[in-house]
Design a protein around this ligand. Structure first.
Ligand code: NAP
Length: 335
Protein backbone atom coordinates (compact mmCIF):
# COMPACT_ATOMS: atom_id res chain seq x y z
CA UNK A 1 0.00 0.00 0.00
CA UNK A 2 1.36 3.40 -1.04
CA UNK A 3 2.02 5.74 1.88
CA UNK A 4 2.57 9.48 1.34
CA UNK A 5 4.58 11.04 4.17
CA UNK A 6 5.59 14.64 4.82
CA UNK A 7 9.02 14.96 6.41
CA UNK A 8 10.40 17.91 8.33
CA UNK A 9 13.70 17.99 6.44
CA UNK A 10 15.19 21.09 8.00
CA UNK A 11 14.41 23.10 11.12
CA UNK A 12 13.59 26.79 10.61
CA UNK A 13 15.97 29.44 11.93
CA UNK A 14 13.39 32.23 11.51
CA UNK A 15 9.94 31.80 10.00
CA UNK A 16 8.70 28.38 8.91
CA UNK A 17 8.56 27.92 5.10
CA UNK A 18 7.39 25.21 2.71
CA UNK A 19 11.02 24.35 1.88
CA UNK A 20 11.40 22.94 5.41
CA UNK A 21 9.09 20.07 4.39
CA UNK A 22 9.28 17.33 1.75
CA UNK A 23 6.65 14.88 0.50
CA UNK A 24 8.00 11.33 0.09
CA UNK A 25 6.45 7.99 -0.68
CA UNK A 26 7.04 4.61 0.92
CA UNK A 27 5.25 1.31 1.47
CA UNK A 28 2.76 1.40 4.36
CA UNK A 29 4.22 -0.38 7.41
CA UNK A 30 2.93 -3.70 8.81
CA UNK A 31 1.71 -3.87 12.42
CA UNK A 32 3.49 -6.22 14.82
CA UNK A 33 2.10 -7.84 17.97
CA UNK A 34 0.35 -5.20 20.13
CA UNK A 35 0.16 -2.70 17.26
CA UNK A 36 -2.43 -1.36 14.83
CA UNK A 37 -2.17 0.09 11.32
CA UNK A 38 -4.17 3.32 11.03
CA UNK A 39 -5.38 5.21 7.95
CA UNK A 40 -5.36 8.96 8.62
CA UNK A 41 -8.73 10.67 8.13
CA UNK A 42 -8.11 14.15 9.61
CA UNK A 43 -4.95 15.84 10.87
CA UNK A 44 -5.00 18.67 13.37
CA UNK A 45 -2.80 21.68 12.59
CA UNK A 46 -1.66 23.34 15.80
CA UNK A 47 0.48 26.28 16.80
CA UNK A 48 2.26 23.77 19.05
CA UNK A 49 3.57 21.96 15.92
CA UNK A 50 5.83 24.96 15.41
CA UNK A 51 6.78 25.25 19.11
CA UNK A 52 7.99 21.60 19.05
CA UNK A 53 10.65 22.63 16.52
CA UNK A 54 12.03 25.34 18.83
CA UNK A 55 13.19 23.10 21.66
CA UNK A 56 11.87 20.87 24.43
CA UNK A 57 8.41 21.86 25.67
CA UNK A 58 5.97 19.55 27.44
CA UNK A 59 7.50 16.97 25.08
CA UNK A 60 10.90 16.49 23.46
CA UNK A 61 12.13 18.73 20.65
CA UNK A 62 11.18 17.59 17.14
CA UNK A 63 14.17 16.47 15.13
CA UNK A 64 14.69 17.25 11.44
CA UNK A 65 14.72 14.22 9.16
CA UNK A 66 11.60 12.53 10.50
CA UNK A 67 7.94 12.44 9.52
CA UNK A 68 6.27 15.64 10.77
CA UNK A 69 4.45 14.84 13.98
CA UNK A 70 0.86 15.77 14.55
CA UNK A 71 -2.37 14.72 16.20
CA UNK A 72 -5.02 13.09 14.07
CA UNK A 73 -8.07 10.91 13.82
CA UNK A 74 -8.01 7.75 11.74
CA UNK A 75 -9.50 4.37 10.96
CA UNK A 76 -7.90 1.10 12.04
CA UNK A 77 -7.07 -0.90 8.90
CA UNK A 78 -5.35 -3.89 10.53
CA UNK A 79 -4.73 -4.79 14.16
CA UNK A 80 -2.57 -7.24 16.06
CA UNK A 81 -4.00 -6.21 19.42
CA UNK A 82 -7.24 -7.48 20.95
CA UNK A 83 -8.30 -3.97 21.99
CA UNK A 84 -8.69 -2.70 18.42
CA UNK A 85 -10.35 -4.08 15.28
CA UNK A 86 -10.48 -2.96 11.63
CA UNK A 87 -13.05 -0.19 11.22
CA UNK A 88 -12.46 1.30 14.69
CA UNK A 89 -12.14 5.07 14.82
CA UNK A 90 -9.10 6.20 16.84
CA UNK A 91 -7.23 9.36 17.81
CA UNK A 92 -3.50 9.72 18.42
CA UNK A 93 -0.22 11.16 17.21
CA UNK A 94 -0.64 9.81 13.69
CA UNK A 95 1.87 12.16 12.01
CA UNK A 96 1.63 13.80 8.59
CA UNK A 97 1.11 10.62 6.54
CA UNK A 98 -1.59 8.44 5.02
CA UNK A 99 -0.81 5.35 7.13
CA UNK A 100 1.01 4.75 10.40
CA UNK A 101 1.57 1.97 12.90
CA UNK A 102 1.21 2.50 16.67
CA UNK A 103 1.11 0.46 19.85
CA UNK A 104 -2.61 0.04 20.52
CA UNK A 105 -2.20 1.58 24.01
CA UNK A 106 -1.15 4.88 22.39
CA UNK A 107 -4.42 5.15 20.45
CA UNK A 108 -7.68 6.35 21.94
CA UNK A 109 -10.74 4.51 20.65
CA UNK A 110 -13.54 6.91 19.68
CA UNK A 111 -17.29 6.31 19.36
CA UNK A 112 -17.78 4.76 15.90
CA UNK A 113 -21.12 6.35 15.07
CA UNK A 114 -20.62 9.97 16.19
CA UNK A 115 -20.70 12.45 13.30
CA UNK A 116 -19.12 14.66 12.18
CA UNK A 117 -15.76 12.99 12.78
CA UNK A 118 -14.14 16.46 12.65
CA UNK A 119 -15.60 17.23 16.10
CA UNK A 120 -12.96 14.91 17.61
CA UNK A 121 -10.39 17.48 16.44
CA UNK A 122 -12.44 20.61 17.21
CA UNK A 123 -15.29 20.61 19.72
CA UNK A 124 -14.42 17.36 21.53
CA UNK A 125 -10.70 17.42 20.75
CA UNK A 126 -7.76 19.37 22.10
CA UNK A 127 -9.30 22.72 21.09
CA UNK A 128 -12.53 22.38 23.07
CA UNK A 129 -10.91 20.70 26.05
CA UNK A 130 -8.08 23.24 26.27
CA UNK A 131 -10.65 26.04 26.37
CA UNK A 132 -12.82 24.25 28.96
CA UNK A 133 -10.01 23.14 31.29
CA UNK A 134 -8.04 26.36 30.96
CA UNK A 135 -10.93 28.69 31.60
CA UNK A 136 -12.83 26.70 34.22
CA UNK A 137 -10.05 24.85 36.09
CA UNK A 138 -7.30 27.49 35.89
CA UNK A 139 -9.06 30.83 35.34
CA UNK A 140 -12.11 29.97 37.45
CA UNK A 141 -14.20 33.01 36.44
CA UNK A 142 -17.20 33.99 38.54
CA UNK A 143 -20.50 35.21 37.10
CA UNK A 144 -20.32 38.89 36.16
CA UNK A 145 -16.54 38.95 35.79
CA UNK A 146 -14.72 40.18 32.69
CA UNK A 147 -12.80 37.57 30.69
CA UNK A 148 -10.27 38.68 28.07
CA UNK A 149 -9.12 36.24 25.38
CA UNK A 150 -6.32 36.60 22.80
CA UNK A 151 -6.24 34.72 19.45
CA UNK A 152 -9.99 34.92 20.07
CA UNK A 153 -10.96 33.78 16.56
CA UNK A 154 -8.63 30.78 16.70
CA UNK A 155 -9.42 27.22 17.65
CA UNK A 156 -9.10 27.55 21.42
CA UNK A 157 -10.01 31.23 21.72
CA UNK A 158 -13.29 30.81 19.85
CA UNK A 159 -14.50 28.41 22.57
CA UNK A 160 -13.09 30.34 25.53
CA UNK A 161 -15.21 33.44 24.86
CA UNK A 162 -18.34 31.36 24.27
CA UNK A 163 -17.83 29.37 27.48
CA UNK A 164 -17.25 32.62 29.38
CA UNK A 165 -20.62 33.89 28.08
CA UNK A 166 -22.34 30.61 29.03
CA UNK A 167 -20.93 31.09 32.56
CA UNK A 168 -22.43 34.59 32.78
CA UNK A 169 -19.23 36.58 32.21
CA UNK A 170 -18.47 39.52 29.97
CA UNK A 171 -16.13 38.41 27.14
CA UNK A 172 -13.65 40.65 25.33
CA UNK A 173 -11.67 39.18 22.44
CA UNK A 174 -8.42 40.27 20.80
CA UNK A 175 -7.97 39.25 17.16
CA UNK A 176 -6.20 40.41 14.01
CA UNK A 177 -8.27 42.36 11.47
CA UNK A 178 -11.82 43.70 11.14
CA UNK A 179 -13.33 40.48 9.75
CA UNK A 180 -12.25 38.36 12.70
CA UNK A 181 -13.29 41.09 15.13
CA UNK A 182 -16.81 41.30 13.65
CA UNK A 183 -17.06 37.51 13.54
CA UNK A 184 -16.27 36.97 17.21
CA UNK A 185 -18.87 39.57 18.23
CA UNK A 186 -21.64 38.82 15.70
CA UNK A 187 -21.31 35.02 15.50
CA UNK A 188 -19.66 33.92 18.73
CA UNK A 189 -21.33 36.46 21.02
CA UNK A 190 -18.24 38.19 22.41
CA UNK A 191 -19.26 41.54 23.97
CA UNK A 192 -16.43 43.50 22.32
CA UNK A 193 -13.36 42.95 20.16
CA UNK A 194 -9.98 44.63 19.89
CA UNK A 195 -8.12 44.53 16.58
CA UNK A 196 -4.52 44.27 17.75
CA UNK A 197 -3.24 44.98 14.24
CA UNK A 198 -4.98 48.36 14.04
CA UNK A 199 -5.63 49.47 17.63
CA UNK A 200 -3.58 50.26 20.73
CA UNK A 201 -4.46 47.22 22.85
CA UNK A 202 -3.56 48.79 26.21
CA UNK A 203 -5.58 51.91 25.48
CA UNK A 204 -8.62 49.97 24.24
CA UNK A 205 -8.49 47.73 27.30
CA UNK A 206 -8.45 50.73 29.58
CA UNK A 207 -11.54 52.09 27.76
CA UNK A 208 -13.45 48.80 27.63
CA UNK A 209 -12.51 47.55 31.11
CA UNK A 210 -12.20 50.55 33.44
CA UNK A 211 -12.44 48.22 36.45
CA UNK A 212 -9.83 45.88 35.01
CA UNK A 213 -9.82 42.37 33.54
CA UNK A 214 -10.59 39.58 36.01
CA UNK A 215 -9.39 36.64 33.88
CA UNK A 216 -7.02 36.90 30.93
CA UNK A 217 -6.78 33.74 28.79
CA UNK A 218 -3.42 34.23 27.08
CA UNK A 219 -2.79 32.41 23.81
CA UNK A 220 -0.15 34.77 22.46
CA UNK A 221 2.33 36.12 25.06
CA UNK A 222 4.63 39.02 24.09
CA UNK A 223 3.28 42.56 23.75
CA UNK A 224 -0.37 41.63 24.12
CA UNK A 225 0.39 39.88 27.42
CA UNK A 226 2.14 43.03 28.58
CA UNK A 227 -0.87 45.21 27.67
CA UNK A 228 -3.20 42.79 29.47
CA UNK A 229 -1.09 42.58 32.64
CA UNK A 230 -1.23 46.33 33.15
CA UNK A 231 -5.02 46.26 32.68
CA UNK A 232 -5.77 43.43 35.09
CA UNK A 233 -8.04 43.94 38.08
CA UNK A 234 -6.70 43.44 41.57
CA UNK A 235 -6.29 39.67 42.22
CA UNK A 236 -6.83 38.92 38.53
CA UNK A 237 -5.92 35.55 37.07
CA UNK A 238 -3.87 35.00 33.92
CA UNK A 239 -4.35 31.62 32.24
CA UNK A 240 -1.08 30.96 30.38
CA UNK A 241 -2.21 28.69 27.56
CA UNK A 242 0.38 29.47 24.89
CA UNK A 243 2.56 32.15 23.32
CA UNK A 244 2.02 31.99 19.57
CA UNK A 245 3.62 35.41 19.00
CA UNK A 246 6.92 33.84 20.10
CA UNK A 247 6.90 30.55 18.14
CA UNK A 248 7.79 31.53 14.57
CA UNK A 249 10.67 33.89 15.28
CA UNK A 250 14.16 34.03 16.72
CA UNK A 251 13.45 37.39 18.36
CA UNK A 252 11.65 36.52 21.56
CA UNK A 253 9.83 39.39 23.24
CA UNK A 254 9.04 39.12 26.94
CA UNK A 255 6.62 41.47 28.66
CA UNK A 256 8.31 44.20 30.69
CA UNK A 257 7.42 45.31 34.21
CA UNK A 258 7.53 41.83 35.67
CA UNK A 259 7.32 41.01 38.52
CA UNK A 260 6.28 44.53 39.65
CA UNK A 261 2.83 44.46 38.07
CA UNK A 262 2.21 40.93 39.38
CA UNK A 263 3.10 42.08 42.89
CA UNK A 264 1.12 45.28 43.09
CA UNK A 265 -1.97 43.82 41.40
CA UNK A 266 -1.63 40.53 43.39
CA UNK A 267 -2.03 38.54 40.15
CA UNK A 268 -1.96 34.78 39.73
CA UNK A 269 -0.31 33.57 36.48
CA UNK A 270 -0.68 29.84 35.90
CA UNK A 271 0.37 27.74 32.96
CA UNK A 272 -1.33 24.49 32.04
CA UNK A 273 -1.34 21.76 29.40
CA UNK A 274 -4.64 20.23 28.30
CA UNK A 275 -3.47 16.78 29.46
CA UNK A 276 -3.13 18.05 33.07
CA UNK A 277 -6.80 17.36 33.73
CA UNK A 278 -7.55 13.74 32.70
CA UNK A 279 -10.15 13.45 35.47
CA UNK A 280 -12.03 16.43 33.98
CA UNK A 281 -12.02 15.28 30.33
CA UNK A 282 -15.35 13.46 30.50
CA UNK A 283 -17.04 16.46 32.15
CA UNK A 284 -15.60 18.82 29.52
CA UNK A 285 -16.73 16.59 26.65
CA UNK A 286 -20.21 16.30 28.19
CA UNK A 287 -20.54 20.07 28.63
CA UNK A 288 -19.22 20.90 25.16
CA UNK A 289 -21.47 18.34 23.43
CA UNK A 290 -24.52 19.51 25.41
CA UNK A 291 -23.91 23.23 24.75
CA UNK A 292 -23.46 22.47 21.05
CA UNK A 293 -26.65 20.37 20.91
CA UNK A 294 -28.57 23.15 22.69
CA UNK A 295 -27.34 25.69 20.12
CA UNK A 296 -25.36 27.65 22.75
CA UNK A 297 -21.91 26.91 21.32
CA UNK A 298 -20.84 27.48 17.72
CA UNK A 299 -18.27 25.12 16.18
CA UNK A 300 -15.97 26.77 13.66
CA UNK A 301 -13.81 24.49 11.53
CA UNK A 302 -11.35 25.46 8.84
CA UNK A 303 -10.71 22.30 6.83
CA UNK A 304 -8.03 22.14 4.12
CA UNK A 305 -8.12 19.38 1.54
CA UNK A 306 -5.35 16.84 1.03
CA UNK A 307 -2.20 15.83 2.94
CA UNK A 308 -0.04 18.00 0.69
CA UNK A 309 -1.87 21.10 2.05
CA UNK A 310 -0.47 20.55 5.57
CA UNK A 311 2.77 22.61 5.33
CA UNK A 312 1.02 25.60 3.77
CA UNK A 313 -1.81 25.18 6.29
CA UNK A 314 0.54 25.32 9.28
CA UNK A 315 2.46 28.29 7.90
CA UNK A 316 -0.87 30.06 7.28
CA UNK A 317 -2.10 29.32 10.81
CA UNK A 318 0.99 30.99 12.26
CA UNK A 319 0.22 34.03 10.09
CA UNK A 320 -3.43 34.13 11.17
CA UNK A 321 -5.12 32.80 8.00
CA UNK A 322 -7.47 30.54 9.93
CA UNK A 323 -10.83 31.16 11.55
CA UNK A 324 -11.62 28.45 14.09
CA UNK A 325 -9.98 25.04 14.23
CA UNK A 326 -7.69 24.38 11.28
CA UNK A 327 -7.31 20.77 10.14
CA UNK A 328 -6.46 18.79 7.01
CA UNK A 329 -8.66 16.14 5.45
CA UNK A 330 -6.30 13.35 4.42
CA UNK A 331 -8.88 10.67 3.56
CA UNK A 332 -12.60 9.96 3.68
CA UNK A 333 -14.52 9.25 6.88
CA UNK A 334 -14.98 5.54 7.63
CA UNK A 335 -18.28 4.12 6.26
N1 NAP B 1 -1.80 24.64 26.88
C1 NAP B 1 -2.32 23.75 26.04
O1 NAP B 1 -2.55 22.58 26.37
C2 NAP B 1 -2.65 24.19 24.64
C3 NAP B 1 -3.40 23.36 23.78
C4 NAP B 1 -3.72 23.83 22.50
C5 NAP B 1 -3.28 25.09 22.09
N2 NAP B 1 -2.53 25.84 22.96
C6 NAP B 1 -2.08 27.19 22.60
O2 NAP B 1 -3.20 27.91 22.15
C7 NAP B 1 -2.76 28.92 21.25
C8 NAP B 1 -3.60 28.84 19.98
O3 NAP B 1 -3.16 27.70 19.26
P1 NAP B 1 -4.04 26.99 18.16
O4 NAP B 1 -3.25 25.86 17.66
O5 NAP B 1 -5.39 26.76 18.70
O6 NAP B 1 -4.08 28.08 17.01
P2 NAP B 1 -5.25 29.05 16.58
O7 NAP B 1 -5.63 29.90 17.75
O8 NAP B 1 -6.32 28.30 15.86
O9 NAP B 1 -4.52 29.92 15.49
C9 NAP B 1 -3.50 30.74 15.87
C10 NAP B 1 -3.94 32.22 15.82
O10 NAP B 1 -3.00 32.99 16.55
C11 NAP B 1 -3.04 34.31 16.08
N3 NAP B 1 -1.70 34.88 16.03
C12 NAP B 1 -0.65 34.48 15.28
N4 NAP B 1 0.43 35.24 15.51
C13 NAP B 1 0.04 36.17 16.43
C14 NAP B 1 0.70 37.25 17.08
N5 NAP B 1 1.96 37.54 16.83
N6 NAP B 1 0.01 37.98 17.97
C15 NAP B 1 -1.29 37.69 18.23
N7 NAP B 1 -1.97 36.69 17.66
C16 NAP B 1 -1.31 35.93 16.77
C17 NAP B 1 -3.65 34.26 14.67
O11 NAP B 1 -4.88 34.95 14.69
P3 NAP B 1 -4.95 36.54 14.41
O12 NAP B 1 -5.39 36.68 13.00
O13 NAP B 1 -5.93 37.00 15.41
O14 NAP B 1 -3.57 37.08 14.60
C18 NAP B 1 -3.90 32.77 14.42
O15 NAP B 1 -5.10 32.53 13.72
C19 NAP B 1 -1.27 28.71 21.03
O16 NAP B 1 -0.53 29.56 21.86
C20 NAP B 1 -1.08 27.27 21.45
O17 NAP B 1 0.23 26.99 21.86
C21 NAP B 1 -2.22 25.41 24.20
Amino acid sequence: MRNRQIFLVDKPEGALEERHFELREAEAPEPRAGEALVRTVLLSLDAANRAWMQGPTYRGEMAAGSVMEGFGVGEVVASKDGALAPGDLVAGMLGWQDYSVHPARRLRKLPRDYRPVSHFISLLGVAGKTAHHGLLQVGRPREGETVLVSAAAGSVGAYVGQIAKIKGCRAIGIAGGPDKCSWIVDTLGYDAAIDYKAEDVAQRLAELCPDGVDVYFDNVGGRILQAALFNMALRGRVVCCGAISQYDTTEMESPRGIPGVIVFKRLRLEGFIVSDFPDKDAEAERDLAAWYAEGRLQVAEDVLDGLEAAPRGLIGLLAGDNIGKRMVRVGPDPD
